[in-house]
Design a protein around this ligand. Structure first.
Ligand code: GTR
Length: 421
């Protein structure tokens, strides 16, 4: 009797997991309804998504077809230039002087599991100075240099507490170290305060002195680009720390931080994995779908994108780019896009589709396609060579579950021939 019910149970389990494997995500109707009631002016239902045509990834401005990986840099440069000009702005490179100073080192952090390093990243430019902190935990049992996850933290300092008195699922440092990765964090606010008046009072002033917001160029770098500039300076540090494997750096951001991590990964090709968690509008989600947050809605944060981008408010079809092209700028490096079931504002399907429509760029390296109808079901990460995606249960947040999937992806990618080739 017991044996029969066990067999029966296993069969049911097998059947449901088979079903789950094949399922395709669709929005929970209750969540759709609530959103429709709360924000009736936005699109929450697939049937209202307008028809759209995405700009072709592989056709250059002159109408030439890109057919090989060897030809890609020309197209890549062209796409990058449009994004700089129209959307994220032009960020500078290193300042005249850049230095790294160890503020604290504790080889006995996390009950002896990790070494804590706190680094001050100091810049000097035309007589002005700027400083921000990089917090790092390195696994003590590492053999050789460690791969690393770097979070561009868009939330409070308490999420990345170096003392570990406070622990947060947003940056689950112990779990990451336990899996053999180093983990780092920078604070976006140190680079550009997340405020429409104050954003200029960080690294932008370092380069531009006393300029006023109104006098800046319509393609000037704004907060998202400034946060990414900080990630690149952290990368400059990783190149100098022998305990860190500079070839294996995964850059990660959530929401506005995810918009910034994608752009940072586009600008700086030293990051080998770029991760966007629920970055939505102006991040991974296709703008032309106008699902959930639109270009106009995201531009209410006037300090994130360039002045030029504001011209596309309510004019998405006129954009010369869309976000699948942002993702293509990361090719052939690895990119992972993550969504959450209840976070319809960020348009999970639009995030998946941008990843999918970057396939022609990845195909130049013979990487397999992610078909538009292949969106996986809830909590079933899809890994296709150097690209990954998941949509997990729950709302807008960065959680240990997300981190777990990111680490599974990094494990697989760093082991793969795509990476070692
Ligand atoms: C929202 C914004 C989103 C997203 C989010 C966040 O208010 O509309 O684009 O960036 O903030 O950063 O948490």
């Amino acid at each position: 009797m017991l044996r029969t019910s066990f067999i029966l149970l296993s069969m049911i389990f097998f059947a449901t997991s088979l079903f789950a494997q094949n399922s395709v995500w669709s929005a929970n109707p209750d969540v759709v309804q609530t959103q429709q009631e709360n924000r009736p002016d936005f699109i929450w239902d697939e049937t209202y998504v307008p028809d759209y045509q995405l700009p072709d990834l592989l056709t250059t401005g002159d109408g030439n077809q890109i057919e090989s990986a060897g030809q890609w840099p020309e197209r890549r440069a062209e796409i990058l230039e449009i994004f700089r000009d129209q959307m994220y702005g032009r960020r500078p490179g290193q300042p005249q002087n850049l230095s790294f100073n160890l503020i604290e080192e504790n080889p006995d952090a996390m009950s002896g599991e990790a070494t804590l390093r706190r680094i001050a990243i100091e810049s000097e430019h035309e007589g002005r100075t700027h400083e921000f902190e990089l917090t790092l935990f390195l696994p003590n049992n590492a053999v050789g240099a460690s791969p690393l996850f770097l979070l561009m933290n868009n939330r409070g300092l308490n999420n990345t507490d170096p003392t570990r008195r406070e622990k947060s699922g947003f940056w689950p440092a112990e779990e990451v170290v336990d899996r053999g990765y180093a983990i780092g964090a920078i604070q976006n606010n140190d680079l550009a305060p997340d405020d429409q008046e104050e954003f200029i009072n960080g690294v932008i002033r370092l380069f531009e002195g006393n300029v006023s917001i109104e006098d800046r160029a319509p393609d000037a770098w704004m907060a998202l680009a400034a946060w990414g500039w900080g990630a690149s300076r952290a990368m400059d540090y990783f190149e100098k720390d022998p305990d860190i494997d500079q070839e294996k750096i995964a850059l990660l951001g959530h929401s506005r931080g995810g918009k910034a991590s994608l752009w940072a990964g586009a600008e700086d090709e030293r990051f080998s994995i770029v991760i966007s968690n629920e970055s939505g509008a102006g991040g991974a989600a296709l703008s032309r779908r106008q699902f959930g947050e639109t270009v106009e809605a995201v531009n209410r944060f006037t300090h994130w994108f360039t002045e030029n981008f504001k011209a596309y408010n309510d004019r998405e079809p006129d954009l010369p780019i869309d976000q699948h092209m942002l993702i293509s700028l990361i090719a052939p490096r690895a990119v992972y896009v993550a969504s959450a079931d209840e976070d319809l504002w960020a348009d999970p399907r639009g995030e998946f589709l941008a990843l999918s429509h970057a396939s022609p760029a990845y195909a130049l390296w013979n990487h397999s396609e992610i078909a538009p109808d292949e969106m996986p079901g809830l909590n079933q990460p899809l890994i296709a060579g150097p690209r990954g995606y998941h949509v997990r249960t729950g709302g807008h947040n960065l959680t240990p579950q997300d981190w777990g999937y990111f680490m599974d992806f990094a494990d697989a990618y760093f082991e793969s021939t795509e990476f070692s080739d």
